[in-house]
Design a protein around this ligand. Sequence first.
Ligand code: TIU
Length: 387
Amino acid sequence: MFAIGFSSNKLTNTASYHSRRNNTGAGAEIGTEGPLGRILTRGERGWDIIDELKPLPTEDVIDKPGKGSFMGTDLDLILRTNGIKRIILGGITTDVCVHTTMREANDLGYECLLLEDGTGATDVGNHESAIKMVHMQNGVFGATAKCEDVCAFLDANRFDAPDNEAAIVPNAKPFPFTIRAKKTAIVMIDWQLDFTSPNGFGAALGNDCEILRKEALPNAVRILEAGRKAKCAIVHTLEAHKPDLSDCPPSKIRRCDKIGQIVDEKMGRILVKNEPGNSIEPLVAPKPGELIVHKPGKGAFYNTNLEFQLKRRGVETLIFTGVTTEVCVQTSMREANDRGFECIVADDATESYFPEFKKYALEMISSQNGIVGWRCLTEDVVGALSS
Ligand code: TIU
């Protein structure tokens, strides 16, 4: 449950300028003394939520500087980290803050339901039109319903029903890991020839690429196939830049001047989208309908729409395979962990050019009670996906 209040503890220069200089304009009185203290100002009596709707101590309260509840607030972050995708909106006024909030939520991908008789406006025409605007054009901003119907539905649908779809990976470290296939994605990190081919980028840096293909790739194949059978979402990433390298920061080129260059004609330009080296190992090649993410960074979430794609599929859990363990796999897991995903990596389905880095990267992931996530073996995760 969330309570939204409109307030501002510090007026911007523009707002205070207008309140002093332009006392006839819109918002002219914000911050000035009113019957309940300074108008729309945090901490004043008028800022309190009315007694009938007083928030409980466990409920979130969002102070918002705008009309919408998302701009300049943590609301989207709070909803996403709690896995919330549907919002029921009530409040005042229908045509101003409620509508702006609903429009923001709709653009962010939430399904919204407006309570027709749980909102109100100072002008009845505006209130009625605002409700009509929501469901015109096949629900351009969402749906509307009466409070009585919504309450009856909520009473009839308890959200604490037993979960029959969970499979457990008992041997995971640091403790058993829960998988719900419908809410899980298999994330295949950078199985691209640039890293795995003896003629690719990794090899050009003087590394032995065979090690990546020897054991980790066959295990990644097993996880990918188990994930496909269990109907998990499947994500393939590639470290890939635009041909003009406009998405490659100078710092990255300064420390790796081979990016965009040709070392082997057969592989084309290194780490450039659609070049031969920037294709995925045939054994784990994407199938139609699977997500392909071209990422300019080491992490799969930096400058990509992966988070949006996962959240819109209802994904909560990520199973990682890929290369290299300590660079792109670990960076992507850390990013995913910060975004609220539960992450596990199969030790034997990831590989590094440097065995010691692999060992310690995996230890860092599961240390401190799973500070980044979990680890297991391929057979453990394949067993859970097949159960
Ligand atoms: N995919 C990935 O890890 N990219 C790298 O740059 N890896 C290195 O090990 N350099």
